[in-house]
Design a protein around this ligand. Sequence first.
Ligand SMILES: [Zn+2]
Length: 214
Amino acid sequence: MTMPSIYTKVAEPLKDFVVAEEAHEQNETNIHSAVRDILYEIGEDPQRQGLLKTPDRVARMFDELTVGYRTDPIKLINGALFDVEYNDLVLVKDIEFYSLCEHHMLPFYGRAHVAYIPDGKVIGLSKIPRIVEMFARRLQVQERMTSEIAHLLEEVLQPQGVAVVVEGSHMCSMMRGVKKAEATMTTRTLLGKFHDDRELRSELFAHIAKDSGN
Ligand SMILES: [Zn+2]
């Protein structure tokens, strides 16, 4: 299986998914000095006790929150594709995600719903949330994240259709006093049958609306 390079922006191999849990301090990086600069520029004293370790915490945080750049989708999927004679709707609902908007580097977060109609091939269920996570843990705009999830699944499964619906709340709007109504957003990418078949689409949206958490 070959994958276009957009999915892995860094050619380096790959930490596994749950990195950066380790509590060790990192070696001094440019992020450390950049954070110190920001602290200074906003009028803080980077040397005061509460802030001394902040550059290190922020560096480790960014390592974790952007691990999607260093995740290889092929390794992530790890052979969990199966030939199955099932050609009806597969829907994984309410996948929690946390991402960072690329305009402000502030969080946006919410739920993703991922559906597909197989064409003889299915993917292990646990892989779908991990695919969502891989794209969420980058600097993103919600529209692009939605589309990237859908197109990766289309590529690996070659299904009859893929649909991805993402509901996100954006801290950059919520915290900055923009009207609250503008702070949440729904995006969707509909491919194949989900694009062409209106009835299927309404069925999908009904499934998504049913018992949706909250
Ligand atoms: Zn933003």
